[in-house]
Design a binder for this molecule. Structure first.
Ligand code: 5GP
Ligand code: MN
Length: 334
């Protein structure tokens, strides 16, 4: 693996200037992509093609089936396919650190310019040029500014993908990062001809019955500490198999403990495809910053939503992490 690149912060104009001559572009987004990652990457792909540019979208790892409704989904290429020939420019979207876009990043020769467009406060600036706006509620917002600067047409397809990114990363316009600018962009996307029910419907009103039953099982098994200020659930491969749900499709289950009255910090511990590795998702509804806990453990994210992968089984990882959260509470939310 090549050493992580480190570059300078760039403006929207500078990122657009790199793309304006329409270099051969490869778009990618972080592993275990959420709606903002897939939505932004598909928006970039289709906008660039609409400008007349040559672009591919290569994604690392499986994509949850809930995003299949997004326009352009069938054009996504699964890494390591689609890496040859190398592009002139790699556009990384919604990835806070280099490891989140491996093995795509390492496959790029030195001549390929890496653009890192993101909104995570923990972003490591691994690109040659980095446009990171932690004030933006979604990477789709940051990308929207780049596309506008480029004069890219806001086709219904591009607008739908940007809208999906914003809807998912803002918790349907409800998380603290949602600002007036978020709604202004959403208004523009509605004017561009998107139909909100065609985004919200597939995302939230089309849950496979097995996943809903799995959700029920997790609700029944939910546990709390600290008089209910800390709540968590666990997801095992066995539970997924029993419910007939693919692991990759069991997303957003951390919303279960996070939605409980009185909970300030919520956690989800889930088995991964890699033996002995546990994925931890953290959410905060109060002042405790979960990104700090995630960064200390090699992950990243936002103050109110962060994650990391730890060595050990769910049972081994759970208690030390819960203890660390309890200590952070005791320290006044450090
Ligand atoms: P989730 O818990 O839904 O996977 O992720 C919540 C937030 O934390 C997202 O913004 C996501 O990008 C970030 N995140 C989750 N896991 C990791 C990780 O392992 N490394 C980094 N850098 N960020 C992560
Ligand atoms: Mn995002």
């Amino acid at each position: 693996m090549t050493a992580p690149r480190r570059g300078e912060d760039a403006t929207v104009r500078e990122i657009a200037d790199v793309l304006r001559p329409l270099p051969r572009l490869l778009v990618t987004a972080h592993v275990n992509p959420d709606g903002d990652a897939v939505g932004s990457a598909l928006a970039a792909l289709q906008a660039y093609r609409a400008l007349g540019g040559e672009a591919r979208y290569v994604q690392v790892g499986p994509i949850a089936r809930t995003y299949r409704f997004l326009p352009g989904f069938d054009a996504i290429v699964a890494a390591p396919e689609g890496l040859d020939p190398p592009p002139d420019v790699l556009l990384s979207l919604d990835a806070a650190s280099a490891d989140r876009v491996e093995p795509v990043l390492s496959a790029m020769p030195a001549e390929t310019e890496v653009l890192n467009v993101d909104h995570h406060v923990s972003n490591t600036r691994f690109g040659d040029r980095n446009l990171v706006d932690p004030e933006a509620a979604a990477t789709a917002e940051v990308l929207h500014a780049v596309l506008r600067e480029l004069g890219a047409p806001l086709t219904p397809e591009v607008a739908t993908c940007l809208y999906a990114g914003i809807v998912t990363d803002t918790g349907r316009f409800g998380y603290p990062g949602t600002g007036p600018g978020t709604h202004r962009i959403a208004a523009e996307l509605l004017e561009a001809g998107i139909r909100p029910e065609e985004v919200h419907g597939p995302l939230y009103r089309s849950v496979p019955i097995g996943l809903l039953r799995l959700t029920g099982a997790l609700i029944a098994a939910l546990e709390t500490r600290l008089d209910g200020r800390l709540a968590w659930v666990e997801l095992t491969r066995a539970a997924c198999e029993e419910a007939g749900v693919a692991m990759k499709d069991a997303a957003d289950l951390v919303d279960i403990p996070a939605s409980v009255e009185g909970v300030e910090v919520a956690a989800l511990f889930r088995e991964t495809d890699r033996p002995g590795k546990t994925k931890v998702s953290l959410r905060s509804k109060g002042t405790l910053r979960v990104d700090r806990i995630a960064v200390r453990r090699g992950g990243g994210g936002h103050p109110a939503a962060a994650g990391f992968t730890a060595d050990g089984s769910v049972g081994e990882v759970r208690d030390p992490v819960l203890r660390e959260i309890e200590e952070a509470f005791a320290d006044g939310g450090r």
